[in-house]
Design a protein around this ligand. Structure first.
Ligand code: ZN
Length: 286
């Protein structure tokens, strides 16, 4: 090794040592800087205000589903561009790249606390988790699967609402999924919704609020129209309460049933399924 290579390798070592392994992540609720490795250990919950920072689809699977029991279904259901909406195809490609999924919801079968469940997880990295026709198709197929397999349905909601690029094709999914949920209910099977940050628009106005039990993560924004839209509607200077559309105030108004911390979520779902299906032998409830 000549002097130049020696110097280069020394420089590399010094740079490696000086660059920290993790990064600081700012909490969007209180602006506290959290070390990412610490967040990872703490379920991505802000150490200062307990706000639940965004969790990925895979993290929810790891958190909730019994190890090695999850199987994804209908992976290849993908959106088309029925209205030839300008720029939509590029947005689909972008969403696919960011989320590594062909639609804004991932669906599959697995077990939570030993109970068989049909599980759907929405992903805001894909066009803000909007409800497109393929999203609706995947959720409807998941409900059919739950009915066929006689198991509970759990949906983790996280969405900006209906997908404007699909117009009425998107809006139709609200009615379609609601009708399917009626079939699930008629079959005597439970449906649990987990509302996470943010859940808005057509998703709130349909399946997110149709759960037999509606749980929410702390600090989640839950509403129909967003805060900015409401402010504009009320006039430029309108002030909204600090806790407007936040889970903690929404639960007080009876819109949701309970706020559950992320680390308690799997146990809570397992207990609820046991109660709803009268299957107490699989739970620690006494
Ligand atoms: Zn915070």
């Amino acid at each position: 090794m000549n002097w130049f290579e020696k110097m280069k390798s020394g420089l590399k070592t010094r740079i490696k040592r000086e660059v920290p392994n993790g990064i600081w992540v700012k909490c969007k609720q209180c602006n506290h800087s959290n070390y990412d490795m610490e967040l990872e250990r703490n379920y991505w919950i802000c150490a200062n205000c307990r706000f639940h920072l965004p969790y990925s689809t895979q993290q929810y699977i790891d958190l909730l589903v019994d190890q090695n029991t999850f199987t994804e279904i209908n992976k290849n259901v993908a959106p088309i561009d029925p209205l030839s909406f300008k720029g939509y195809r590029e947005k689909i490609k972008d969403g696919k790249r960011k989320s590594n999924s062909k639609e804004s919801v991932l669906t599959g079968m697995g077990r939570i606390g030993g109970h068989s469940v049909a599980l759907g997880i929405m992903d805001t990295r894909y066009l803000m988790g909007t409800l497109g026709s393929a999203t609706g198709e995947k959720i409807c197929r998941l409900i059919d699967k739950a009915i066929d397999s006689r198991c509970s349905l759990v949906l983790i909601c996280k969405s900006g609402g209906a997908r404007m690029q699909e117009s009425s094709y998107s809006l139709m999914q609200m009615a379609r999924i609601s009708a399917k949920l009626h079939q699930l209910s008629s079959a005597g099977l439970p449906y649990i919704t987990i509302v996470t940050d943010p859940t808005y628009g057509g998703v709130t106005a349909s399946f997110a609020m149709l759960g037999d039990i509606i749980l929410a993560e702390p600090g989640s924004r839950i509403g129909f129209a967003g805060q900015n839209v409401i402010k504009q509607f009320l006039g430029g200077n309108a002030q909204l309460p600090n806790d407007f559309q936040i889970a903690e105030s929404v639960v007080e108004h009876g819109f949701i049933d309970r706020i559950v911390e992320r680390k308690e979520m799997a146990t809570e779902i397992s207990k609820l399924i046991a109660i709803l299906t009268n299957n107490k032998h699989k739970t620690s409830i006494s």
